[in-house]
Design a binder for this molecule. Structure first.
Ligand SMILES: Nc1ncnc2c1ncn2[C@@H]1O[C@H](COP(=O)(O)OP(=O)(O)OP(=O)(O)O)[C@@H](O)[C@H]1O
Ligand SMILES: [Mg+2]
Length: 334
């Protein structure tokens, strides 16, 4: 069995008609780190909830480690670890107590549990804080604790729903290191959702981009960047400039011109030569240039290319009701 996750035409329509997951299909190979990328409300958490048996699909098929999520949810839950989008650690318990509860929930025997808890506390650099109440932890410490809780029972597949949400850049980079280490040492398959494109780029072998419940692009980060065909130069003219589309379209090396946020987005093969040529063309037409920037392809550009929208984080609050899911998860585990 080499497929960790298989999804075919998977669908979730919520009562009331919200089509959160709209007939998506993809596979995750064993040992792979798979990134599921999308903006707020795209359907990431719903997909994770379907795969981890917290929600039932309204159509299609999903298997985890070869097991149909609707036919044998208990067997699926025994094979997976899950770290929720929002903090689920108990504030009024210590770090160690939180891990002890997880061990009990997952049915890890006492002596095994103690050894693993000590090992994980050390690995996550929480040994010194283990006896402190979680309410005194920083955001990064909480996440590390939750990550430890998610892998305590040695799952074959680890689901991480926005593991770095709300962390500062240093905290994010730190968490990436832990995730990499878990992979290196255990070969665990990782299914990660994120709306940070750089995170997927850094951590994942393959990614799928989801938008409005549909997969709009999938492949390795390198493949996706190749699809958008080269560099992007962004040029913003001074105030009151006329439409520069015809001028910029004639600059040597420019393949396509798009207007965007008061500026222009030029697709080209060699951005280094397009930058001076585009500025020169504007000067020749007596047009001021406020700024010009060269971007080598990123997943951000890929998102823009496939959806026509910029990938931003300001689309409103999280669509995900985590407390509800955590309760469901605990109840079902009992
Ligand atoms: N229990 C529910 N009942 C009805 N609609 C829901 C429910 N849960 C989610 N939705 C809707 O389904 C869509 C997808 O939500 P989901 O939580 O999967 O998005 P997401 O990609 O995880 O977003 P975020 O980045 O904000 O966490 C949204 O439109 C959301 O409002
Ligand atoms: Mg979510």
């Amino acid at each position: 069995m080499s497929e960790a996750v298989r999804v075919e035409q998977l669908e979730k329509v919520f009562p009331g008609g919200v089509r959160a997951v709209d007939k998506i299909s993809f596979n995750v190979q064993e040992g792979e780190a798979f990134g599921f990328l999308g903006p707020n409300g795209a359907g990431k958490t719903t997909t994770v909830s379907l795969l981890t048996t917290l929600l039932r699909p309204t159509g299609g098929l999903a298997t985890v480690d070869g097991i149909d999520v609707t036919k044998d949810p208990r067997a699926v839950r025994a094979r997976i670890g899950l770290v929720f989008q929002e903090s689920t650690a108990e504030d009024e318990l210590t770090g160690r107590e939180n891990l002890e509860i997880s061990a009990a929930l997952y049915g890890v025997g006492r002596s095994d549990a103690n050894r693993r808890i000590n090992d994980l506390l050390a690995r996550m650099q929480l040994t010194d804080a283990a006896g402190r109440f979680v309410k005194t932890y920083s955001g990064g410490m909480r996440r590390r604790l939750e990550l430890a809780a998610g892998i305590l029972h040695r799952p074959k597949i680890l689901f991480l729903d926005e593991p770095t949400l709300g962390l500062d850049p240093q905290g994010r980079a730190g968490l990436w290191e832990y995730v990499r280490e878990i992979r290196r040492e255990t070969g665990t398959t990782i299914f990660l959702t994120t709306h940070y494109l750089d995170e997927a780029d850094q951590l994942c072998d393959r990614v799928a981009i989801i938008d409005h419940g549909k997969i709009v692009a999938a492949g390795t980060p390198a493949e996706l960047k190749e699809k958008i065909g080269g560099d992007v130069v962004t040029l913003v003219p001074g105030e009151g400039a006329p439409d520069l589309t015809p001028i910029l379209g004639h600059v040597a090396g420019v393949l396509q011109v798009q207007r965007q946020d008061g500026g222009y987005r030029l697709k080209c093969q060699r951005g280094e030569s397009v930058v001076p040529a585009a500025v020169e063309a504007c000067f020749s037409a007596h047009i001021q240039v406020a700024s010009v920037a060269l971007k080598k392809p990123s997943l951000e550009e890929v998102f823009l290319e496939f959806t026509g929208r910029a990938f931003r984080e300001d689309e409103g609050p999280s669509a995900t009701d985590t407390a509800l899911r955590m309760n469901q998860f605990r109840q079902r585990r009992r």
